[in-house]
Design a protein around this ligand. Structure first.
Ligand SMILES: [Zn+2]
Length: 195
C-alpha cells in the first residue's frame, strides 16, 4: 500500500494514475469534500462527464459498482469501495464566482476551480477544459418532486474513504474543497493514496 499524501485545506493537486492502479480518497477528519477530475492521458480532450455518467447510471447518487464515464462514453474509473455512499456529481467546482455570488465575498478565494486550474496547468489543461467534478463526500439532497436541492455537511466520518480503479491512463486532479457550506463550516485536509 502506498503512503497517503495530504492535500492541505483549501488547496489542490494533480498527478497521473495508470490503468489498473487504484486511487483512494480519504477524509481524515470527517465532513470534508474533495473534488475529483480525470482526463485521458492520450488525449486530454477526453474528460470525465457528469452528464454521460448519470445518464447511464439512471441515478444521481453513485457508489460501489458504479462507473465514471468520459465525454466519449469510455469508462475512466470504477468505484470499487465506498464507505460513505453519498457524493455529488451535479455541481461545478467552487470558484471565485461561487464566493462572490453565493457568499457575497468581496475578495474571494480562488476555490476548487482555481486550485484545479493551477494544478492542471503543467499538464496542459486550461481552465475552460474543466468540467463538473465528481465531488467526493459532498452531500446534496434533492427534493424529488421539485428538483430543488440544498448543500448539507458531508456524511463522511474521520477515516472514511472511496476507492477508484483506473480503466485508462489518466491525469487526475483532486482538492480539499474551499467552500464553507460544503464542509460543515470548517476547512480541513484531504488525503489520497495510490496503490
Ligand atoms: Zn470546492
Amino acid at each position: 500500500m502506498g503512503d497517503p499524501v495530504t492535500i492541505p485545506p483549501r488547496s489542490g493537486t494533480a498527478f497521473t494514475l495508470d490503468r489498473g492502479q487504484t486511487l483512494t480518497v480519504i477524509d481524515p477528519e470527517g465532513r470534508q469534500v474533495s473534488d475529483l477530475l480525470a482526463f485521458a492521458r492520450d488525449d486530454l480532450r477526453e474528460v470525465i462527464s457528469s452528464g454521460r455518467t448519470l445518464d447511464y447510471a439512471n441515478r444521481i447518487y453513485l457508489t460501489t459498482g458504479d462507473q465514471l464515464y468520459s465525454n466519449r462514453s469510455n469508462v475512466m474509473l470504477d468505484i470499487i469501495e465506498d464507505r460513505v455512499g453519498r457524493h455529488d456529481f451535479l455541481l461545478t467546482p467552487c470558484s471565485k464566482d461561487t464566493f462572490r455570488i453565493i457568499y457575497g465575498d468581496t475578495d474571494p478565494h480562488r476555490g476548487c476551480f482555481g486550485n484545479l486550474a493551477a494544478a492542471l496547468e503543467p499538464y496542459g489543461v486550461g481552465p475552460d477544459a474543466i468540467p463538473v467534478a465528481f465531488n467526493c463526500f459532498m452531500n446534496v439532497p434533492v427534493d424529488g418532486a421539485t428538483g430543488s436541492f440544498t448543500v448539507e455537511p458531508p456524511l463522511s466520518k474521520a477515516g472514511d474513504f472511496i476507492t477508484f480503479r483506473a480503466e485508462m491512463d489518466l491525469v487526475m486532479a483532486l482538492t480539499a474543497c474551499s467552500a464553507l457550506q460544503s464542509n460543515g463550516g470548517s476547512f480541513k485536509p484531504i488525503q489520497y493514496r495510490i496503490d
